[in-house]
Design a protein around this ligand. Structure first.
Ligand code: ADP
Length: 374
């Protein structure tokens, strides 16, 4: 088994631009070891990450000298987001402001559409919806990928029932794991779950950028990004920097005022990302014994709000034990029981999303008729 100490020993002679070892200078942000694969995070200047290429190559070479290492993936993280205020240096002077640019707003070669699945808060079924939407889109004949960017609780490996670690190809790209007809990459595959990792907002951005750019996604029709829940700075930066075709907002009906969902919509509108629509999850309950339908939480809230907000309503998904049980077992219901009523509900959402993408999200470009005070 490869140990952290072995990797650190191999890296001791790799120096940073200041001449100190990368560990001493703080350039080395973290090491994570999975089987024979070693993931190394280096701190880079977000304005000029190319300046790190030499060090990155040395790190790669050094780690490969450790016995048992089969693959190395060196990621570059940044301390402040591109375009954000620069940090002050030790003298308290702000560093020279460099021209603002948005390096990550460019499309990804071979990926036609990237859509975000978001929710105002956690626990509303955003990830379950992402997984089933992705499988649903693939059942419509589209080539689909899922990028699990939910740093607070990456759940795609569980939802897709995969424990495999991604391999790295000759171009130093991660090869996504194929499951249920979909290509999957999760931030959870890269970090060691036994070592808690503290994410700073820009680090998330940088990690997600790498998962967009340094993964062999192509060719894809749709890449579904499962966003971290909430509408804070991290989410805003993500929405701003990932070249999104549109966003799907997941909400539950009991959140009657749908305040959280409104915040989500407002966030995407702010950065000019079209809202593809709202999905009402846990909309109604179907009794597994008698088949009777109970509207436990004032069902229909999302549909009414969507109308008020002038954004499309994509459909309602029942609260059903089968959805949870299959999800927990790594089998999205759309894949496992494609002819059942649950799959039909997700397929209706998938069709609406596919249509909205085909028409360039025209339906969703209408201006919202509300203003949210921050
Ligand atoms: P989020 O991503 O919003 O945090 P998850 O997708 O992880 O939420 O779902 C939270 C929990 O609710 C999971 O246990 C999941 O299986 C369950 N769940 C989600 N949607 C449904 C549904 N429609 N019916 C039953 N259980 C659901």
């Amino acid at each position: 088994m490869i140990t952290n100490e072995q990797v650190m020993e191999a890296l001791k002679d790799v120096t940073s631009h200041d001449g100190k070892s990368i560990a001493e200078s703080g350039t080395l942000q973290g090491v994570s070891i999975r089987d024979g694969k070693v993931f190394v995070a280096l701190l880079a200047d977000p304005i000029d990450p190319s300046a790190m290429e030499g060090i990155r190559a040395q790190v790669d070479k050094a780690v490969r000298t450790v016995e048992g290492v089969t693959d190395v993936f060196v990621s570059l993280t940044a301390e402040h987001a591109p375009g954000s205020a620069p940090r002050s240096d030790a003298t308290g002077q702000a560093k020279k402001q460099r021209p603002e640019r948005k390096p990550d707003g460019d499309p990804i070669p071979g990926v036609r559409h990237i859509i975000a699945v978001a929710s105002g808060k956690g626990g509303v079924g955003k990830s379950t919806t992402s997984a089933n939407l992705a499988v649903g889109l693939s059942k419509l004949g589209l080539k689909v990928g899922v990028l699990d960017a939910d740093i607070y609780g990456p759940s795609m490996p569980r939802l897709f029932g995969t424990t495999t670690q991604p391999e790295i190809n000759d171009n130093q790209q991660l090869i996504p794991i194929e499951a249920h007809g979909v290509k999957v990459i999760s931030i959870g595959m890269l970090v060691d779950e036994t070592q808690p990792m503290v994410w700073r907002g820009p680090m998330v951005m940088s990690a997600v950028t790498q998962l967009l750019r340094e993964v062999a996604w192509a060719p894809l029709d749709v890449l579904v990004v499962d966003m971290p829940p909430g509408t804070g700075d991290t989410q805003l930066t993500l929405a701003q920097n990932v070249p999104l075709s549109g966003a799907v907002i997941v909400s539950t009906p009991q959140d009657l005022a749908l305040l959280d969902a409104r915040r989500g919509i407002s966030m995407f509108e702010k950065v000019h990302v079209p809202i593809l629509g709202i999905v009402e999850n846990m909309s109604y309950f179907v009794c597994p014994h008698c088949g009777g339908r109970s509207e436990i939480f004032a069902h229909g809230g999302a549909k009414a709000e969507a109308q008020k907000m002038n954004v499309p309503f994509l459909g309602e998904i029942p609260l059903d034990i089968k959805i949870r049980e299959l999800s927990d077992g790594g089998n999205p219901v759309v894949s496992e029981a494609p002819d059942g009523p649950h799959a039909a509900a997700y397929m209706a959402v998938a069709r609406s999303v596919a249509e909205a993408l085909q028409t360039g999200g025209e339906a969703s470009r209408k201006a919202p008729v509300f203003v949210v005070e921050e």
